[in-house]
Design a binder for this molecule. Sequence first.
Ligand SMILES: C[S@@+](CC[C@H](N)C(=O)[O-])C[C@H]1O[C@@H](n2cnc3c(N)ncnc32)[C@H](O)[C@@H]1O
Length: 387
Amino acid sequence: MNKQNIAKLKMFLMGLEQRIKDNALYFQKIVIKYKSGTKVFPAAVTMDATSNLSMNYNGKIEEFLPEQLSQMISAEAEKYDEIHIWYQERGTKIIVDADAKGVKIKYEDDIKDESKAHNVTSHIGNREYLIKVGQADDLLKEIGILTKEGKVKNDMIRKYNQIDHFVELMQGIIDELSDYDTITVLDCGCGKSYLTFVLNFYLKNILKKSCHFIGLDYSETVINASKKMAKNLGYANMEFHQTDIQHYVPDKPIDIVISLHACDTATDMALALGIRVNAKAIIAVPCCHRELLSQYDYEPFKPIIKHGVLKARMADILTDGLRALKLESLGYKVSMVEYISPVETPKNLMIRAVKTQTENKRAAEEYKQLVKMLNVNPALEREYLGS
Ligand SMILES: C[S@@+](CC[C@H](N)C(=O)[O-])C[C@H]1O[C@@H](n2cnc3c(N)ncnc32)[C@H](O)[C@@H]1O
C-alpha cells in the first residue's frame, strides 16, 4: 500500500486507540485480514481483564498496549496490497477497507443493521417488543427465552412479555437521566439478574448509553450464576457481590436502585439504601408483606379487617402506601403501576420514585400522622434510616 493511504489508516487507528480506552468495558474484538494478490493473512485482537490487548497473528500471540495499536497494524499493512479491519464493541461495528485506491470507513449499528432486518421479530400477538428477536438473540438465549435455533419457546412468551414490559416501564426513568454520561444501576436482591441483563442490553446496545450494573444477593448460588451469565455474554460492565443488602456500601455514585421481588423487609433495605446513596431513581416491586400485618391496629377498620384475607390485603396497601409516602417526604416523586397482570401474581405493584427536590414537608407531616394513627413502626424508617 502507498505511504499516503498508510498515513490515513494510521490516523484512523490512532482515533480507534482512544475509543478502545474509553470503551474498554464494551470492547469485543478486532478481526484483521492483510491481503496480497489471492493470499490472505488473518489476525485477531482480543482484550484481557486489565484492558491490555493481544494479537494472534502468523501463529504467534503478542501482547501490547492500546496505544501501540496504530503503529503495529499500520507497519504491517505497509507489506501488503490491502487491509480489511472489523472492529467490534457491544452494539457497534466499524469496518475499514484500505488499499491502493484509498481508505474507506463504515460504522454499523448492530440494532439498525439492514442485513439482519428480515430476521427481526418485533411482534408476537399485539405486542411491539423493545427487546427484539434477531437483535438480542444471545441475551434471550441465555435467559432461556429462545431455543438454540433462535425461536421463542412457547412456554416462555409470558416471561418474554414480562421482561419487555419491565424495560417499557423503565423508559420514563431513563429519560430522567438522559443527561448522565454513565448510568449506574444497583440491583438489590438480584437473584439471577435477568431483568438487569435486559436493561443493560437496552441501555448499551439500543440506546448506546454508557452504563454500569451492580447486583447484590446473599445467595452464593445466584451470584455465581449471574457472574457466569455476564461472562458468557461478554458484559464486562457488571459486578456481583454476595452480601446482605443492609451491609452494602457502594464505592461509586449510584443513579438507580432496583429491587424486584425482594422478600418482605428486604424491599425496605433496598429503599433505604437508595435514599442513603441519594439515588436519582428507586424502583421496587415488593414481594411478601409480613411486617405491618402484625403491627397495624386502627379501631375504625376493625369491622372490616376481622376477615383475615382483608386484613392481609390492607396490610399490603398500607405497607406500600407508607413506603411511597416516606419516599415523597424525602423529595421523591412517586408513581405506582401494575407491573404485570394481577392474574399472574398479586405481587405486581411497581413503585417508581424519582428524586425531584430535597424534601417535601407536607408528605412528611402526612406520614407522621398516618404512622401514629395506625400505630405502626415501619421497617423502612425504624431499622434502615434510623430516624
Ligand atoms: C424472589 S427473589 C427475586 C430475584 C430477582 N430480583 C427477580 O426479580 O427475579 C429474591 C432475592 O432476594 C434475595 N434477598 C432477600 N433478602 C436479601 C438481603 N437482605 N440481602 C441480599 N439478598 C437478599 C434472595 O436471596 C433472592 O435471591
